[in-house]
Write a protein that binds this ligand. Structure first.
Ligand code: HEM
Length: 485
């Protein structure tokens, strides 16, 4: 079979792809070698900016299948029939390190799902942790600066990590989670995913419910100890990527069962915890898990750079029947992601195959900009309202309205009766077996004992004491032991 002709980007045939053009044999290269110039220039531009957080990740396609009737709680079209399947793309990630970072490290994992529904793309951009470190988005850039590489040393610094936590007592719950056994998942397949925030569901009658999402892995939760993680990083820095890729290539499709916790909207105001505080969970005894469906991953992307790197998830991509709650963190995220995408990928990132709707099409009056495709009907009007056949609004609110009251100003989140920064961290500690507690204390003390300032260490110890006396005593004793060594 004859091979196709190699061409330049403009389609002209290439005569020589082995030797660049020179002025005579052994002379300097000439500027008119278009193929060489184009090849080198193109190569320089192959990488797009990495994500400012969650830079290192892996992606896969699959589907979501509804197994249980939830139409009493949401009118979301993709959840409206048992057995209905919706195509999806997921990107898992680590958070703090840069693109070349290793997989098997102690860090939360991103769990971002894009459902290509018939009513538009629904992005659920969660983590493998049900809670988070902070509860106000104004702290996010400071928090992330303290966890990522220090601009002077170029390394992640225990001093910065723990100094931030010393000033963030609300982080104690998530720190306990992260330093515990689940802090280093064995692979992306062996961890749960959580929406983490509270969202709002609205049913066909307009009734509102607050909802928390839980994806439980059907592979079983498996984690690595600190030593096992370090060993694996040495053997295969890309261990999570290897595991996901190979599992799907072998036809061993990973799956998760999706459950939700549902709170009737009227119960939110008087619940013992602020239901919109991202540092808190809703105990299952208050709001039990209800099954919704299962997610199966059955296809690897063809090109990591085009699909995984260029995938763009935004917590404000909702579909009718699902909307935001007043969680301040979530509200901040509703701005941050699409803004990041416009910087990282450009204004037309929504036209890339991985980000464009698949089961429906985008139909609006947004036009042009950098890298616009010429996909519009030449007669279509680019303004609205118009007297022609252009798309029109539905007049159907996507979700139920939220009641608000009070004055505009900088307010801390309202505290409910059981709200403090430590109670749920203590509850989590007391749930652990003796062995788990030992590993938790060892992991915390291993990091905290490397901090150079005593006042930072003391502030952190005070948080563990406040969560649980035994917890605080043990961490303190171990830190002192390691500092004396
Ligand atoms: C106010 C708090 C937060 C802000 C401002 C923020 C901002 C960002 C930004 C700018 C990105 C990079 C987006 C991109 O370039 O594509 C990102 C990625 C991500 N964030 Fe957040 N984030 C916040 C909190 C959270 C929380 C609480 C979660 C989980 C519950 C989360 C999960 C993720 C995930 C999974 C990604 C990676 C998405 C992907 O795979 O492309 N973030 N975040």
């Amino acid at each position: 079979m004859s091979k196709p002709t190699l061409t330049t980007e403009s389609g002209a045939p290439v005569a020589d792809n082995q030797n660049s053009s020179t002025a005579g044999v052994g002379g300097p290269i000439i500027l008119q070698d278009q193929h060489l110039l184009e090849k080198l220039a193109r190569f320089n531009r192959e990488r797009i900016p990495e994500r400012v957080v969650h830079a290192r990740g892996s992606g896969a396609y699959g589907y979501f299948e509804v197994t249980d009737d939830v139409t009493g709680f949401t009118r979301a079209d993709f959840l409206n029939t048992v057995g209905k399947r919706t195509e999806l793309f997921i990107r898992f990630s680590t958070v703090a390190d840069s693109l070349g970072g290793a997989d098997a490290v102690r860090d939360p994992r991103g769990f971002a799902v894009k459902f290509y529904t018939e009513e538009g793309n629904y992005d659920l951009v969660g983590n493998n942790t049900p809670v988070f470190f902070i509860k106000d988005p104004i702290k996010f850039p400071d928090f992330i600066h303290s966890q990522k590489r220090d601009p002077f040393t170029g390394k992640q610094e225990p001093n910065n990590v723990w100094d931030f936590w010393a000033h963030a007592p609300e982080a104690t719950h998530q720190v306990t989670w992260l330093m515990g056994d689940r802090g280093i998942p064995a692979s992306y397949r062996h961890m749960n995913g959580y929406g983490s925030h509270t969202y709002q569901w609205t049913n066909a009658e307009g009734e509102a419910f607050f909802v928390k999402y839980h994806f439980k892995t059907n592979q079983g939760v498996r984690s690595l100890s600190a030593d096992q993680g370090a060993e694996l990083v040495g053997k295969d820095a890309n261990s999570h990527q290897t595991d996901l890729l190979q599992s799907i290539e072998r036809g061993v499709y990973p799956s998760w069962t999706l459950y939700v916790q549902l709170m009737p909207a009227a119960e939110a105001a008087n619940y013992r915890f602020n239901p919109f505080d991202l540092t808190k969970v809703w105990p299952h005894s208050d709001y039990p898990l209800q099954r919704v469906g299962r997610m199966v991953l059955d296809r690897n992307p063809d090109n990591v750079f085009a699909e995984v790197e260029q995938s763009a998830f935004s917590p404000n991509n909702f579909v009718p029947g699902i909307g935001p709650s007043p969680d301040k963190m979530l509200q901040g995220r509703l701005f941050a992601y699409a803004d990041a995408h416009r910087y990282r990928l450009g204004v037309n990132h929504t036209q890339l195959a991985v980000n464009a709707p698949k089961a429906t099409s985008a139909n609006n009056y947004g036009r042009d900009g950098l890298m616009a495709s010429n996909a519009y009907d030449r007669h279509a009007k680019n303004y609205e309202p118009n007297s022609y056949d252009g798309p029109v609004q539905t007049d159907q609110p996507l979700s139920a309205p939220l009641a608000v009251s009070g004055y505009v100003g900088t307010h801390a989140a309202p505290a409910h009766t059981k709200d403090d920064d430590f109670f749920q961290a203590g509850e989590l500690y007391r749930l652990m077996s003796e062995d788990e507690k030992k590993r938790l204390v060892e992991n915390i003390a291993g990091g905290l004992s490397q901090v150079s300032r005593d006042d930072v260490i003391e502030k952190n110890l005070a948080h563990f004491h406040a969560a649980d006396q035994d917890y605080g005593k043990r961490v303190e004793a171990r830190v002192r032991e390691l500092r004396e060594d």
